[in-house]
Write a protein that binds this ligand. Structure first.
Ligand code: AMP
Ligand code: MN
Ligand code: MN
Length: 373
């Protein structure tokens, strides 16, 4: 469900007084939220995760409080593991859009194709499309676009938006936004976490989000048979000879789809110390869905882009049509190995190189800061 493993991002936007938005919110985004209340659509992306759902629900609940009538939905239903998000029962699978909307908000959605055609209907049925996202490869498909790749989660951006609007952050809104930030940062562990992430989390906690309730709901509600499924899945993890690539190729039917949806299986191969890139490949409806996670220098988004997908530097994905899972695995591993050795070589050249600057002095070898990823 988590969708970012954290690219190296500029650290810290600096301290700021608490009820002032730290991230500058573009005036054209604010202007839409400050309009006379009308009808709004909170439109999600395929296989919605906590970042998209938490932000759509957080923004939508605030709009309702301001007098708007709000419809929530997207191409797929919310996964049951997120059934604790306040307001989630309002989010439905939409086959088509009914009626007109004054504006549609899309969050965490870099590519209009990830609405499975709903955005095309929205072009006729919606006066203004607002696109708020933290994916660096966002296509800027809205009338109003706000893309901040330094945000750890879209949850941070919607927090800034509600603060600047201003809207009261109720406990329900706080829980939604806290969960968005929590999941996209791997429970505040990835390198996308900044001091601001914690400041925002602190404000959301003060506003009524309960971190332990969110963690329990996300990670302590496995059904009894889940550990058996986990055991079967983990027995399929393989590691390359040099230890730098680990993968898990999951044939259809090995474990139930609902189990895969509720677990971040790719995190297990990723957790091996030597691994630079972890891959999860799973057969779904005759295609192979691939999740890539990188650590350090390797840009897995570039690998995903070669296969028509996208994501972040350290977390990306795509779907492949391949004659078999085995063939897909071979093709993906070939591209991943190339990326790993490419990243290794450029790091080596940099080190051999040559001289790097440290402060005002030039030294043969600048100490590298340990990378959290
Ligand atoms: P996942 O591995 O599905 O958790 O996705 C990781 C990241 O890759 C997320 O930021 C997704 O938005 C992105 N991503 C996954 N699949 C695709 C795809 N088919 N096209 C574009 N981006 C994708
Ligand atoms: Mn997402
Ligand atoms: Mn996200």
């Amino acid at each position: 469900m988590t969708d970012i493993a954290g690219a190296g991002v500029p650290q810290g936007r600096g301290p700021a007084p608490s009820n002032e938005a730290r991230v500058p919110v573009p005036p054209d985004v604010l202007a839409v939220f400050r309009r006379k209340p009308g009808r709004a659509l909170m439109l999600g992306h395929v296989h919605p995760d906590a970042d998209v759902l938490g932000t759509l629900l957080g923004a939508g609940l605030a709009l309702e409080k301001a007098g708007w009538s709000v419809v929530y939905g997207g191409p797929h239903a919310a996964p049951s593991v997120l059934d604790f998000l306040p307001g989630i029962e309002r989010y439905t699978r939409l086959a088509r859009l009914d009626g007109r909307f004054d504006f549609a908000l899309l969050t965490d959605c870099p590519n209009p194709a990830r609405t499975e055609g709903l955005i095309d209907q929205a072009r006729d049925a919606v006066a203004t499309i607002v696109n708020v996202d933290h994916h660096p490869d966002n296509r800027r498909y809205g009338h109003v676009n706000w893309v901040d790749a330094s945000a750890a989660a879209t949850g941070e951006m919607i927090h800034a938006l509600l603060t600047a609007w201003p809207a009261e952050i109720t406990p329900d809104i706080a829980t939604n936004l806290f969960t968005a930030v929590h999941t996209d940062t791997g429970s505040f562990r990835y390198s996308n976490v900044t001091a601001d992430t914690f400041r925002i989390a602190a404000e959301l906690t003060a506003a009524g989000a309960a971190p332990s309730v969110v963690s329990n709901a996300l990670y302590e509600r496995r059904p009894v048979d889940a550990l058996g499924h986990l055991g079967r899945a983990l027995s399929l993890v393989r590691v390359s000879e040099d230890g730098r690539v680990a993968w898990l190729a999951l044939p259809h039917g090995t474990v139930p789809e609902s189990f895969v949806e509720s677990e971040e299986l790719v995190n297990y191969p990723r957790s091996i110390a030597s691994v630079r890139v972890a891959c999860l490949l799973r057969e779904v409806n005759g295609a192979v869905k691939v999740s890539l996670r990188g650590k350090g220098d390797v840009d897995v988004q570039a690998v995903a882009a070669r296969f028509g997908g996208g994501g972040h530097k350290n977390a990306a994905g795509f779907t492949l049509t391949a004659p078999s899972l085995e063939q897909a695995t071979r093709d993906v591993l070939a591209a991943v190995r190339l990326a790993v050795s490419g990243a290794g070589q450029s790091a080596l050249a940099e080190r051999r190189g040559t001289r790097a600057t440290w402060g005002t002095e030039t030294v043969p070898h600048a100490p590298r800061a340990p990378s959290p990823e």
